[in-house]
Design a protein around this ligand. Structure first.
Ligand SMILES: *Cc1c(COP(=O)(O)O)cnc(C)c1O
Length: 233
């Protein structure tokens, strides 16, 4: 199926999810995850009118940025090694995977402007997944108040692979509850009004539970290249 048809289908599902949850579709942003596809495919995505692209590796991001001339809002969605922060931090608009203080310190050191960041939360509590434990999120965010190059716009989470819908829903709910709790503190460095959750298999549930950014890869763009360790895990 061509990308524009997949995009229409996804939009229809998103508007149904929004209707079920009594939400406005304008509050839900699609980040097209192009980490596993070519530059040409990424350009096709932009031709649908989508503006947000997500990459999970510095090389993938920089390659696409070098070739794509259309305006893009770039999202970095993967785990990032501290030593690679300087390669990417000033060429993205949104960072989805702030998960440790050493990374925050490096962003603070390397960023030449304030970076919009999501704190990644390990909602599935799988050892292998990145992210701060739910019970430590508040203290982590509190302790970022001197990092003036970091603006915490929200929380990001991933459901475990293969979990059933009820489990996924309850994990997304717990992330939403934490987001509201932090937002209610009105931290100037952490407005925390956004929720980055939902991927190809669970974006409808995520939207019903409050996602404002869904990160959709294979359902929208398919898979092409070998360069995708997130899939292969
Ligand atoms: C790959 C990836 C996605 C997209 O996953 P799909 O299942 O292809 O939609 C979303 N978020 C993160 C962090 C990813 O690594």
């Amino acid at each position: 199926m061509p990308i524009d048809q997949k995009f229409k289908l996804i939009q229809e599902k998103i508007s149904l999810s929004c209707a079920r949850a009594n939400r406005s579709i304008s509050d839900v942003h699609i980040v097209a995850v192009t980490k596993s596809v070519s530059i040409e495919r990424a350009v096709e995505v932009l031709e649908t009118g989508l503006k947000h692209l997500g990459e999970n590796r510095p090389e993938g991001l920089l390659n696409k940025q070098a070739s794509i001339k259309e305006p893009v809002v770039w999202h970095y969605i993967g785990s990032l090694q501290t030593r690679k922060v300087k390669q990417v931090i000033n060429s993205i608009q949104v960072f989805h995977s702030l998960d440790r203080m050493s990374l925050a310190d490096e962003i603070q050191k390397r960023a030449d402007h304030k970076i919009d960041c999501f704190v990644q939360v390990n909602i599935s509590e799988e050892e292998a997944k990145h992210g701060i434990e739910l019970k430590s999120v508040e203290s982590f965010i509190e302790s970022l108040d001197k990092h003036d190059r970091i603006n915490i716009i929200g929380l990001m989470g991933m459901a475990p692979n293969g979990a059933n819908n009820e489990v996924i829903r309850s994990l997304f709910k717990s992330l939403k509850d934490m987001q509201l709790k932090i937002a209610s503190q009105h931290y100037s460095h952490a407005p925390c009004l956004e929720l980055s959750m939902g991927m190809s298999n669970d974006y409808e549930i995520a939207i019903e539970e409050g996602a404002t950014y869904v990160r959709i890869g294979k359902a929208l763009v398919g898979e092409e290249s070998e360069d995708s360790h997130e899939y292969k895990k």
